[in-house]
Design a binder for this molecule. Structure first.
Ligand SMILES: C[S@@+](CC[C@H](N)C(=O)[O-])C[C@H]1O[C@@H](n2cnc3c(N)ncnc32)[C@H](O)[C@@H]1O
Length: 412
């Protein structure tokens, strides 16, 4: 089994809207395309009607691929930045509005007014100097303030100005010392210095790319809902669920996304970061970890045998952190159970479900996500849950990504 990069976010980099931001949590367009089946007129395996639901939409990969094929989708996301980004990514834009904005920003950013503009802003991020050096922060802060004056802040309402904010988000990462060579973001040894001209040129280049791809209309409708997938409540029942929930591996989406979230105003303090992470499945950043220690599991839920075994082994394997990590794993799967249980009322008879998930290991003790999820699904009444390995995740030989498939039939 290979580390197939085609099944990660790397595959999406130049694929129109799906290449707008490089976000580690995103899965590959190819995965969704393969699930939807060959998009050719005469293909037998092809999903060509019905509504698709993604309860953990992240960057809306599922919704965009579905919409490009003319399928309508509904997506849930709990992270406010990803909710905003997905909403902007899933909208159709007017080409004339896009061209006008590009022309206007090109004119004003290269004017005497901009070069003499002296406002700047620094986001309240801890250890900001690890991300950008002082020259770059100053220049990013200047562009930030200028954009607010020219186009206003990011909005949830459809507005072409969101495209410029997405270009700004790209710039924030391109000019940083972030290193994406690992699962979780790390830092290069040095931060480059970006002067005004270089930064503006990077910004305009990104804006041109984003603007051009935003002109290509989406055939299907993408509806994003800001909500918690442990308690899904949709207006209409759906035919397909295609998704990738968080994995039980302690990756925090708030931690990974913090540069975007601070710069774009979706996060204002470390305290808020902990709160947002606690609200998400699998969050353990900052105060979320201490909240875990007082969390108690409902003792009446169906707990798979292999989960009980893994939790007990993790608890006993390390006297310092074992108890907390065992609770982390338990809460993760309890939340996944709540999701599957409450999801059923939103599913049409015969609904097909496709979940991409990874396993993990704590102190050498395997957490068999594939087996645990299949057992949870079966206990709720999903039919024939099966897991197949789709990819080896990293150099550790036991870490894989799985595709879990099942069907739902309404009980008579
Ligand atoms: C693996 S990522 C999904 C990535 C997505 N497939 C993509 O291509 O961008 C999991 C997502 O679930 C979201 N999430 C975590 N807990 C959630 C909850 N309770 N309700 C809704 N979304 C949640 C996270 O914020 C994250 O964006």
């Amino acid at each position: 089994m290979k580390k197939n990069k085609d099944y990660t976010f790397k595959y999406n980099q130049n694929l129109g809207r799906n290449g707008w931001l490089r976000l580690t949590p995103a899965y590959s367009v190819k995965l969704v395309e393969e699930i939807l089946g060959d998009d050719n007129l005469f293909s037998e395996k092809k999903i060509s009607s019905g509504t698709v639901f993604d309860p953990f939409c992240g960057t809306a990969t599922t919704g965009i691929v579905a919409a490009e094929r003319g399928l309508d989708s509904m997506l849930y996301e709990i992270n406010p930045f990803l909710y905003w980004f997905s909403t902007a990514k899933g909208q159709n834009y007017n080409s004339a509005d896009i061209d006008n904005q590009l022309k206007h920003l090109n004119k004003t950013l290269y004017s005497a007014h901009y070069s003499q503009y002296c406002k700047s802003w620094t986001p309240p991020m801890k250890n900001i100097e690890r991300w950008w050096n002082s020259v770059t922060v100053e220049q990013l802060g200047k562009l930030h303030e200028f954009l607010i004056e020219e186009i206003g802040r990011p909005t949830i309402q459809p507005n072409v100005s969101n495209l410029a904010w997405i270009a700004f988000a790209r710039l924030v990462i391109e000019s940083s010392a972030a290193d994406f060579g690992h699962i979780s973001v790390s830092f290069k040894d040095t931060c480059n210095s970006y002067e005004e001209a270089e930064l503006l040129s990077l910004f305009v280049k990104s804006l041109e790319y984003i603007s051009e791809s935003a002109k290509r209309p989406l055939k299907g409708n993408v509806k994003i809902i800001s909500g918690d997938s442990r308690d899904v409540c949709l207006d209409d029942k759906v035919n397909y669920v295609i998704t990738s929930p968080p994995y039980p591996n302690r990756i925090s989406y708030i931690r990974e996304l913090r540069p975007y979230m601070y710069w774009l105003g979706f996060l204002n303090s470390g305290e808020e970061a902990g709160e947002l992470d606690w609200a998400a499945i699998g969050g353990t950043w900052g105060s979320a970890t201490s909240k875990l220690s007082s969390w108690e599991c409902d003792t009446n839920w169906f707990m798979p045998t292999c989960l009980t075994e893994a939790v007990n082994k993790i608890k006993e394997s390390d006297s310092k952190n074992g108890k907390t990590l065992a609770k982390y794993v338990l809460k993760f799967f309890y939340d996944i159970y709540l999701h599957f249980k409450n999801l059923t009322k939103n599913l049409k008879d015969g609904c097909e479900l496709y979940y991409i998930l990874g396993n993990s290991s704590f102190y050498g003790n395997m957490v068999h996500t594939d087996l645990i999820v299949c057992e949870i699904m079966e206990s709720i009444g999903y039919e024939n849950p099966v897991a197949k390995i789709i990819r080896k995740r990293n150099s550790k030989k036991e870490l894989f990504e799985f595709q879990i498939e099942a069907t739902w039939h309404i009980k008579k």
